[in-house]
Design a protein around this ligand. Sequence first.
Ligand code: F6R
Length: 244
Amino acid sequence: MKIVVAKNYEELSLQAANKVADIVKSKQDVVLGLPTGSTPLGMYKDLIDMNKEGKLSFKDVTTFNLDEYESLPKEDENSYYRFMWDNFFSHIDIDRQRTNIPNGMASNVEEECKDYERRIEDVGGIDLMVLGIGNNGHIGFNEPSSYFAGATHRVKLHENTIEANSRFFGSLDKVPKHAVTMGIKSIMQCRSVMILASGKGKADAIKKALEGPITPELPASVLQLHRDLTVIVDEEAASLLEKR
Ligand code: F6R
């Protein structure tokens, strides 16, 4: 595990963007796993700048998003589809056909989950998975639980997550109660994983994830077992870490 403690959010974002840029430049037809949320916004902005300045092309890059709400149309302002197109894909030279986001509107969600895994397999797996972390330690929508979930699957969102995400929906009851997410197995199978965390609110989850027991009660703790994990945190998110 490699832990990088950045001075602040700007530095964290640039470090994360540089890591993505390095792998995009070093491997043809690279496959990226991508998150939504507040944390990666700075990284996406830096990657957009690199693309606009002609330093980086996404033409041959394939992406798989981690998760999507169930029953939220693509066009909904809170769908992760909208998030990705508004904050990243529309601003870079990526081929639309190479972008993959779970379809939360699928009539057969179980089939959609299997198909998503098949698509990942068909391109040879994910080279670099970028993750954020929930303040309850979730990754993707893999919530604290009594077991580690396997492949892409349908989940019931925790109260804690519904509350955290209600800031985008205006009220608690507008937040979808279910989602589709890549599972712990799907994440652990990625060749490299990079997890990002910023701010005091994430310090406890980061400490437990990196220095606590490996338990499905804190899903991100499983990453301690990944053979190529990079953690990029700012000073505040790192503030409770003993080993740094
Ligand atoms: C987003 C996702 C979530 C977020 C996490 C942190 O696709 O899967 O696990 O990474 O909730 O969200 P932010 O970055 O908004 O604090």
